[in-house]
Design a protein. Structure first.
Length: 258
């Protein structure tokens, strides 16, 4: 059994507003093992993004403890890369310069990380677009560049907050295959937030299902499908049964993508 890289123990979040306290997350306890791909699904507003931001050190937990590689998360760790729903690429910088922005902001040696940036772009199929501006790329290509930017400083953990939610269905499927390939090659530990049950089952080693707000853990399911996975696996009876099991949590809510 692989060791736990990320641990959450009784982690909860309550926001203070003008109208009083709003409970976003009930106490959560779970681990993410080294090299694991964990997907989290749940209805809108259940606290999925809040949870990811707390793991990223961008928000403090109201209660409980989060550790990364045995160290308490108190602010953004150096060993984490983040990909959001929007690529957030700077329009005036080339693709390569956008990837290298991570290195500049962390004050890391450019000469050491430039070959890494170029290797990542090559792995993502963007080697011919290093000098291209973001607006000249498709949405899927922009998101691949954002993934490269998140990986360029070689973090152990990749946090992804609905990174393909704004893409059309066909591009989203291609990006699922691309992300699987990148994960397979880099073996990063991935925490992936999504509204799509099929996407979660296709990509993940385990799927954590959350309840409506205040979010809590409804269930955690292992995904017993061999890797690498092709899109054809979505027709596999095991895939279908697991997706249906997860979907039953939300029949009354109608909150997730089919």
């Amino acid at each position: 059994m692989r060791p736990a890289l990320i641990t959450l123990r009784d982690v909860a979040k309550t926001y203070r507003t003008r109208d009083g306290e709003v409970e976003s997350l009930k106490p959560l306890t779970f681990d993410i093992t080294d090299g694991e791909f964990l997907a989290i699904v749940g209805p809108s507003g259940c606290g999925k993004s809040t949870l990811l931001k707390m793991v990223a050190g961008l928000l403090p937990a109201s209660h409980g403890r989060i550790t990364l590689n045995g160290k308490d998360v108190r602010g953004p760790p150096d060993d984490v890369g983040i990909v959001f729903q929007s690529p957030v690429l700077l329009a005036w910088r080339t693709v390569l310069a956008n990837v290298m922005l991570q290195i500049e902001m962390r004050h890391l040696p450019r000469d050491q990380y430039l070959p890494k940036a170029k290797a990542l772009l090559s792995m993502a199929g963007l080697a011919d677009f290093e000098r291209t501006l973001p607006w000249q790329l498709s949405g899927g290509m922009q998101q691949r560049a954002a993934i490269c930017r998140a990986l360029v400083h070689d973090p152990s953990v990749l946090l992804m907050d609905e990174p393909f939610g704004a893409l059309d269905a066909m591009t989203r499927e291609r990006m699922n295959l691309e992300l699987q390939r990148i994960w397979y090659e880099t073996r990063k530990t991935v925490l992936f937030i999504t509204h799509s049950i099929p996407e979660a089952v296709f990509l993940a080693d385990r799927v954590l299902v959350m309840t409506e707000r205040p979010g809590s853990i409804a269930a955690i399911y292992d995904v017993p499908l061999p890797r690498p996975r092709s899109l054809g696996v979505m027709g596999d009876p095991t895939f279908t049964a697991l997706a249906q099991t997860i979907r039953r949590h939300f029949y009354s809510q109608g909150a997730l993508d089919a």
